[in-house]
Design a protein. Structure first.
Length: 302
C-alpha cells in the first residue's frame, strides 16, 4: 500500500509517472481511442464498432466527408458502447454510426417506444446536450421475422400481420426468443398470430431454408437474407424495437457534418445494408472498397 510512504517519496514517484506519461504520449498507441496531442479542431474524428457492418457505414461517412473537402480521422474497430460512448460524450470522437433503439435503451432502460419515429424522438431527448442525432436512415440492424420467398408467395405474406391467416406456423430462433416480449406471446397479443416455437440456435437460417421452421428471427442486416433469398416481414405495429442506423455527432460540428451525411442516410436502405454486408462476408471485400463503390453507385462520388 502507498499510504505509509513519506511525502518526499510520493513526490518523486509522481515526477517519474508524469515523465513516463509524457514519453508515452510521444509514441504511437494501439488504443483506437488514443488521439494523441495537438489535435486539429477542424478534423472530424469518426469511430466505429468492432463489427464489419458498422465499419462499412463509418467508412461511407468518412469518404463522403473527404469528398466534401473535410479533414477526417478514422478511429475504427473500437468495441461496443461502453468503450466508445464516453469518448463521444467527451468530444474525442465527432461522428459515429449508431442504432436508434439500442442507443435509446443504453440511455433509458425503461423506454417503451418501439416504432421508428417514436424511438427517434425519445432518443433525441435522452442524448446528452453535447451530442446530436442526425436524421435516421431507413436501414436497420435489429430483430426481424423472415420467411423464405416460396413461403411468402404461397401464403401471400408481406407483413407479420398476414401470418394470422396461416395455420400451423412454426417459429424458430434462439432459445430465449420463447420468453422475449416479441416472441410467441408478443405475436399473439400484437398481431393475433398463434405459433408453435422451436429453438434453433445457431442453425436458425438453415432451419428456415430447410423448412424445419416457417418463420425465423434473424437480424435485419444479416447477409443471409440476400444470399438465401429470404423475405423480411414488415412490422407495422411495432412488435420489435426499431433500431435504424443513425449518425450521432458532436453538436459543435453538426452543421458541417449533417449537410453531407443526411443525404447518405436517406439513400441507405435496409436492403442496401444487407447487400453491403454480403460484399463483406461473402465476397471478402474491404470496407474501403465497399464504401467507395456504394458512394459511386449512388452518385456521391464521381
Amino acid at each position: 500500500m502507498f499510504t505509509a510512504r513519506k511525502k518526499g517519496r510520493l513526490t518523486a514517484l509522481a515526477a517519474v509517472a508524469v515523465g513516463a506519461a509524457l514519453a508515452l504520449a510521444g509514441c504511437g498507441s494501439s488504443d483506437p481511442l488514443s488521439s494523441g496531442s495537438g489535435g486539429d479542431s477542424d478534423e472530424i474524428v469518426i469511430g466505429s464498432q468492432a463489427y464489419y457492418s458498422n465499419e462499412i457505414i463509418a467508412e461511407i461517412y468518412a469518404q463522403a466527408l473527404e469528398a466534401d473537402g473535410q479533414k477526417v480521422k478514422r478511429q475504427f474497430n473500437i468495441g461496443q458502447r461502453d468503450a466508445y460512448m464516453p469518448s463521444l460524450e467527451s468530444g474525442e470522437l465527432d461522428l459515429f454510426p449508431e442504432y436508434t433503439g439500442n442507443l435509446l435503451q443504453y440511455y433509458d432502460k425503461d423506454a417503451t417506444e418501439t416504432k421508428p419515429d417514436e424511438v427517434f424522438a425519445a432518443l433525441q431527448k435522452a442524448l446528452p446536450k453535447n451530442l446530436e442525432a442526425l436524421q435516421y436512415s431507413p436501414a436497420t440492424d435489429q430483430d426481424s421475422y423472415n420467411v423464405t420467398a416460396d413461403y411468402a408467395k404461397a401464403n401471400n405474406l408481406t407483413s407479420i400481420a398476414d401470418l394470422a391467416n396461416v395455420s400451423d406456423v412454426k417459429l424458430g430462433g434462439a432459445p430465449e426468443l420463447e420468453k422475449r416480449p416479441y416472441g410467441p406471446e408478443g405475436l399473439k397479443s400484437v398481431y393475433n398470430v398463434t405459433v408453435s416455437f422451436q429453438p434453433t440456435g445457431d442453425t436458425t437460417v438453415d432451419a428456415l431454408v430447410a423448412g424445419t421452421v416457417d418463420v425465423a428471427d434473424i437480424y435485419s442486416a444479416d447477409p443471409s437474407i440476400k444470399s438465401k433469398n429470404l423475405v423480411t416481414l414488415e412490422d407495422p405495429d411495432g412488435l420489435f424495437l426499431s433500431s435504424n442506423v443513425v449518425p450521432i455527432v458532436n453538436a459543435d460540428k453538426a452543421d458541417a457534418i449533417k449537410k453531407v451525411i443526411d443525404p447518405i442516410s436517406a439513400k441507405l436502405t435496409a436492403e442496401g445494408l444487407v447487400a453491403l454486408n454480403v460484399e463483406s462476408v461473402d465476397d471478402k471485400k474491404s470496407s474501403a472498397d465497399i464504401a467507395k463503390k456504394w458512394l459511386t453507385d449512388n452518385g456521391f462520388l464521381k
